[in-house]
Design a protein around this ligand. Sequence first.
Ligand code: FES
Length: 155
Amino acid sequence: MHELKRADGVFRDLRTQAITPDRWRMPLFSAVKKGDAMGAVLHVCMTCRAGQPVLEGEVCAGARLFEALSTAPAPEGVTIRPVECLSACDHGCSIALTKPGAWSYVYGRMTSDDTDEILRGAALYAQTEDGIVPWRERPVIFRKQSLARLPKMEL
Ligand code: FES
């Protein structure tokens, strides 16, 4: 099992957290890809339902997206990390890209069909110093489905 991180900053471990099968449908986190410790992190919301009900025995849309992303070859310098809610619940499946000293981005309305483009965008992001990928090089889903960007933290 791998650690699941909530957007509230409270880190929980699936072995101990009280997420019941009735509450969320989640697969086992068996394929988190580890990248450079100072590289980019692609956070994938595991609890997004994309506006759909999750029936007994089904896996929610966010968990399916994480599964698709974590089973594909990870770009160099990118860690794929599951999180629980990015506070963008009304915007389909949500992901976020962060790295030290760089702008961070939150994207919404992602699906498993976007896996290749998400990973391509994450790779481009990881290669920048400031997190700003030239507009024309960004995947269309990153151009059109950005929900927010956050400036780097100034110390
Ligand atoms: S459940 Fe995915 S952003 Fe809230």
